[in-house]
Design a protein. Structure first.
Length: 331
């Protein structure tokens, strides 16, 4: 079991009922409306590896994050952590013990900390919940070690969250996530609410902690520059589906899917190479009524007839992409 992936998601799907209230639908003679936020997504994350999921807002990244950590039940599909199915009814005891080994860092450090609790209580809460210390002295010592680990002072434990800057609050969130001694952390856009200069500090801290503690990350972001710095592998999502998965360096050097190519074209050309650039045209389709076939075909400059009829499955080993035009050699 130790040789397999730490995290394995297979055919994850999540459908939300977004219908109007029953009486309103009855008077308007409307049917129920469903939104497929995530559709048939599979991936694996090895030990000490970072898989990043990127894509525009509404592509399903955060929904996947919540399904992986157990905050949201999948409509279909499975999530296994070290071989244990997160949602198997007959493995509830194993799942409860598994909770300690995975944590989540949320996007907004201002909203994810209890403003009525002092920092030492916030960080100590998982230690107490999982019984990781024998007494208060051990808890206090562990909290001080965690604060030092994330670049804060143990004396900061007596303060409240409002006494810290945004970057410091995110360090507190990281310390809280580390307090249960996890092996896997889901990072849902952990730097998007921070200033650019602070983002680099937090990312470097997370890289250092990964090397020191042997952590695995699922890193959610829409910022390709951040992903390039953090990821071992990158999965590109569009309208709830994975359209390309590749090692980070290979994806930036030779993107295959048209959506990935256009995303990279939108990045600033800091080297001033003069290469031709093509912006992404159009808008993301309505996820309640997505277009048939490949969902990207209304915006794709390489789309042709098969793209409007059927969806292409991911094909390829280390570098996989889901594109009819690519499979046919048209791009």
């Amino acid at each position: 079991m130790m040789e397999g992936p730490l995290v394995a998601a297979r055919n994850l799907t999540r459908v939300f009922d977004v219908s109007r209230p029953w009486l309103e639908r009855l008077l308007a003679r409307q049917r129920k409306a469903y939104l497929t936020a995530v559709s048939d997504v599979s991936f694996a994350i090895g030990r000490c590896e970072t898989l990043a999921l990127v894509g525009e807002s509404g592509s399903g990244k955060s929904t996947i994050a919540r399904m992986v950590v157990g905050l949201l039940r999948p409509t279909c599909g499975t999530v296994s952590i070290d071989g244990i199915d997160m949602w198997a009814a007959n493995r509830a005891g194993e799942r409860q013990r598994l909770r300690r080994r995975l944590q989540m860092i949320f996007q907004d450090p201002y909203a994810s900390l209890n403003p009525r609790w002092r920092v030492d209580r916030i960080i100590a809460d998982p230690i107490t919940a999982f019984g990781l210390a024998a007494n208060r002295r051990e808890i206090k010592q562990r909290v001080g070690e965690l604060l030092l680990l994330v670049g804060l002072d143990p004396a900061d434990g007596r303060k409240y969250p409002h006494e810290f800057s945004g970057g410091q609050r995110q360090r507190i969130c990281i310390a809280r996530a580390l307090s249960s001694k996890p092996e896997f952390i889901v990072c849902d856009e952990p730097t998007s609410a921070l200033d650019v200069s602070v983002q680099a500090q937090i990312l470097n801290l997370m890289r250092d902690l990964q090397d020191r503690l042997g952590l695995s990350y699922l890193f959610i972001s829409h910022n390709l520059a951040v992903v390039r710095h953090m990821a071992t592998r990158i999965g590109v999502m569009y309208l709830g589906r994975l359209v390309e998965v590749a090692p980070a360096a290979e994806l930036f050097a030779a993107p295959r899917h048209p959506y990935t190519r256009l995303l990279l074209d939108a990045l600033p050309d800091l080297e001033m190479s003069g290469r031709p650039r093509r912006p992404i045209e159009g808008e993301i389709p309505n996820p309640i009524a997505p277009p048939p076939g490949c969902a990207f075909h209304p915006r794709c400059p390489w789309a042709y007839e098969p793209c409007t009829a059927t969806r292409q499955a991911l094909s390829g080993a280390d570098h996989a992409a889901a594109c009819h035009a690519l499979a046919a050699g048209r791009i």
